[in-house]
Design a protein around this ligand. Structure first.
Ligand SMILES: C[S@@+](CC[C@H](N)C(=O)[O-])C[C@H]1O[C@@H](n2cnc3c(N)ncnc32)[C@H](O)[C@@H]1O
Length: 226
């Protein structure tokens, strides 16, 4: 039987409040330790983040799932960045970081990727790093990113996902229930499939590490169905 986490695409029109509350509670619990837990992997992520943010274009930028603000050192100075997160404990840390970095072109708010509180076509670029492993209904989330993106805009992402190697993929399925309970992140998301199901066009999926488990993604708003 498939678990909720490995189901590639839930397609409910509204977010499931229970699943969303559970994700928020998990990140609220890990928030005080998040930066500590990430010290080692973060050394690898920093050059990826730098590169991703060098690809950002436009004056209005949205970061979804800002977490504790690890992307903030890479924010463009000449754009307005709006950053949202589901979890108050993570957002508080991001607010602290924004003050430390003296960022005055940034607006931080609580928000859910599955139901964004912005009018359609508001942003030139949407950035998200290591978030769609956690968004309870990723297809709903991707549809929201598509809605708030201006025509011609792009979504830039760093993400880990289920291995395309069948053996490794099966191991990830097996371990996922434990990992998601401990950290809030699913390790077996079929993210490329979810992007397609949301009607987005994958422009680029570059393998970064672990045989393609970690990828840099460039996604266009244009509907693949025309
Ligand atoms: C693994 S952390 C990544 C944080 C940050 N982007 C980074 O690169 O370090 C995942 C973040 O996604 C947030 N998140 C999970 N589901 C979300 C949702 N539906 N909407 C907005 N943020 C969400 C969590 O609260 C958490 O801060």
């Amino acid at each position: 039987m498939k678990t909720l986490a490995e189901t590639p695409a839930a397609t409910s029109p509204a977010p499931d409040p229970k699943a969303t509350a559970l994700t928020r509670a998990r990140y609220q619990r890990v928030a005080p330790f998040y930066d500590l837990m990430e010290i080692l992997p973060e050394r690898r992520y920093i050059p990826w983040r730098k590169r991703l943010w060098s690809m950002v274009r436009g004056a209005e930028i949205l970061e979804v799932g800002v977490g504790t603000g690890k992307n903030m050192p890479h924010y463009p100075e000449d754009a307005r960045v709006t950053a949202v997160d589901l979890t108050p404990g993570m957002l508080e840390r991001a607010q602290r970081k924004a003050r430390q970095l003296n960022l005055n072109n940034v607006e931080l708010r609580l928000g859910d990727a599955q139901q964004l509180d912005f009018p359609g076509e508001s942003f030139d670029t949407v950035v998200s790093t290591f978030v769609f492993c956690s968004v309870p209904d990723p297809v709903l989330g991707f549809r929201e990113l598509k809605r708030v993106l201006k025509p011609g805009g792009r979504i830039l992402m760093l993400e880990h996902m289920r291995s395309e190697n069948p053996f490794l993929g099966a191991i990830m399925d097996l371990l996922n229930p434990l990992v998601v309970r401990m950290t809030g992140a699913n390790i077996n998301r079929r993210t490329l499939e979810n992007i397609r199901l949301a009607g987005l066009k994958l422009e680029k999926a570059e393998d970064l590490a672990l045989g393609g488990i970690f990828k840099l993604l460039v996604i266009k708003k244009d509907d693949i169905n025309g």
